[in-house]
Design a protein around this ligand. Sequence first.
Ligand code: 4AD
Length: 435
Amino acid sequence: MSLRTSQIKSSDYIGKEVTIRGWVYRLRKQKENAFALVRDDRGGVIQCIFPADKVAGLTIESSVEVTGVVSQDARAPEGGYEIKGKNIRVYSVAGTDYPIGEYQSDELLLDKRHLALRTRKMVAMAKIRATVLDLGRRWFVDNGWMEVTAPTIVKGAVEGGSTLFKLKYFDEEAYLSQSAQLYLEAMIFSLGPVWSLTPSFRAEKSRTVRHLAEFSHLEAEAPWVTLEDILQVQEQLVSYIIQKTVKERAEELAFLKRDTTDLKKIEPPFERLPYDKAIEILRSKGFTVTEESGTKREIRAGDDLNIDSERELTKDASKPIFVIGYPIAVKPFYVKEDPERKGVGLAADMLAPRGFGEITSGGLREDDIVSITERIKKEGLNPAAYDWYLDLRRYGSVPHGGFGLGIERLMRWITNADDIKDTVLFPRTMSRVTP
Ligand code: 4AD
């Protein structure tokens, strides 16, 4: 039976014969001996030593099965264990033109992502990502929410028409879903609190370090809730994911050189910052926005927040901040208007600290048939396309709400990644649809 390197690196195996399977990660040939660092299929590595003539044709990334005796040697890289090789079976000799070396441009690593997944950085990212996804699931399951899935081929916009991906659906036009929300709203009437993890698609035309054209969207929706209930779910969920990831992926975060001191302090409650106060803070700092015409002016009430204003608001924060009560004019048609304050939406975005920006968005949904129909029209959308959605207001409407969390945005904060593309295995952006 072949073992993984993590199993071998223990005193139990010293002096014992073992077999490992993997790929040659680094190779150093000397006159008498060759030192191959072999990587297993979970990114672990161990040094294997062979007489040089036994591995003469061996190349980087050749797939091998090595049998040998484990020994301990302080000089051996990666933990002081090594294997004195007895036999090596080469499954496939890799071409000598393997394009990924130790130092590579970001662009090349993206072009060759199918191979760059073998780098230890990407393995660490993938493991952290798997844990974040697992923890998101665990939180909802442990708290009694029901998992559902919504279609990703849809007829209507949720988050505005400008980022819709159109597709030909047999003889009609359809879109790739921007959010499962409208479907989750339909489900709560018979399934109670529900959650889903599905890809969402946005034809984002801007190149930024926080936008993908396809991202993993963790969404939740529940009946009979208040805005405060929805905020509490989010702060508990995010704190749970972070606390456990820091523990369960300590090794990988250390490999990425992520100092997790700040993450260990993430716990509820998160600050609730009213939108009006946020604008006041930005104005007091002389924050400006650029209008479509190109002219700069001071930010004012009614403006949406963008990546720069979010950075300004959170750059000195140590925990996430909820900005609450955005003007409904800058939010989609479904956001419920505060009955006490005209024009103010019962919606909130969670901004991650240290400038990482928005990671969740949610709130209460407009549950009145007349108001929501008007809002759909105001957004230039056709109410007929939302007829099924409007039925939810026609037949037994209830106060309800939910939110969406972008997994890659959360990952970017957790791993301190410069670019969101680093947090997903095969990123999709405006300029990248392969590999
Ligand atoms: O703010 P958004 O557009 O809200 C919605 O889609 C709601 N319908 C969700 C809901 O209430 N069920 O997106 C929600 C989150 C954002 O806060 C962000 O984390 C992420 O999805 N997100 C993106 N992540 C990566 N790339 C993009 N282009 C993203 N757009 C949104």
